[in-house]
Design a protein. Structure first.
Length: 255
């Protein structure tokens, strides 16, 4: 009921797998000042995490975002035909030569890949030695279990067996807990299956700001001018809010 009341009018009646939904979400991100500032923080995290090697950087799932403003020369891609995106491609079958990419980056995309093993194999194949996968994704905590299961439209199943979920539409199919499952819960399995990929960082963050922003599907609960004071307050609480994180920065490097 609360989710229906707070639903953003631009996407309320759109199908999740309609390319128009992705375009509408881009409009939402750019128009909601509080949310846009969150994306700018994420993009700075990604930019600072890029490896110090030469080569192109590929973004997967570029449709609703504007990361190309922060990373010059970024190759943008999407699984759906979208304006302002250079390449139409599935993350499980990337049209790049082996060892050709400096980095693969993404924001809230991995948990939409129904079978992430082919994707991780492509990461291992396409990255140069020293290259990295850099991602911002949902994370599992006591707080995020509560929020994602009650206020978010996507499935969130930390107890899912294995790394696959039923394939449906490119956006309607999801498990928000998948990055946590692969890189944390099943870390030993990941390391055994992909020995060339090394987990460098898993940095959980952002307990409440995204929730207040309403994300890309709900109305914002706070005006944009409150972003700076709220984030200052939130950072001061970080040590006391351990276990309340909702997102994570992931850096995985190829040896």
């Amino acid at each position: 009921m609360l989710r229906r009341i707070l639903a953003h009018p631009l996407t309320r009646k759109l199908d999740l797998d309609d390319p128009g939904t992705t375009q509408a979400r881009r409009t939402i991100v750019l128009s909601k000042s509080f949310l846009k500032r969150i994306y700018l923080e994420w993009y700075e995290l990604i930019r600072r995490s890029l490896p110090d090697v030469a080569g192109p950087v590929l973004e997967i799932g570029s449709g609703p975002g504007f990361l190309s403003d922060a990373i010059p020369g970024l190759i943008t891609s999407e699984v759906l035909p979208c304006r302002n995106v250079q390449l139409l491609a599935d993350a499980r079958w990337l049209p790049f030569a082996s060892g050709s990419l400096r980095a693969i980056v993404m924001t809230n995309v991995m948990h939409h890949i129904p079978d992430c093993r082919p994707f991780l194999a492509e990461v291992s194949r396409c990255l140069k030695g020293g290259g990295s996968l850099v991602a911002v994704e949902p994370w599992v905590s006591g707080w995020s279990r509560f929020v994602y299961r009650r206020l978010h439209h996507e499935p969130f199943e930390p107890d899912q067996k294995g790394w696959r979920f039923p394939e449906a539409g490119p956006l309607s199919a999801a498990n928000g807990a998948l990055p946590w499952i692969v890189f944390h819960r099943d870390r030993q399995q990941f390391e055994a299956e992909f020995p060339q990929l090394v987990i460098r960082r898993l940095d959980p963050f952002l307990p409440f700001a995204y929730l207040l922003s309403g994300g890309v599907s709900l109305r914002s609960l706070v005006p944009g001018f409150l972003f700076a004071p709220w984030r200052s307050f939130e950072r001061a609480l970080e040590r006391r809010t351990h276990g309340c994180d909702m997102f994570v920065t992931i850096v995985v490097s190829r040896q």
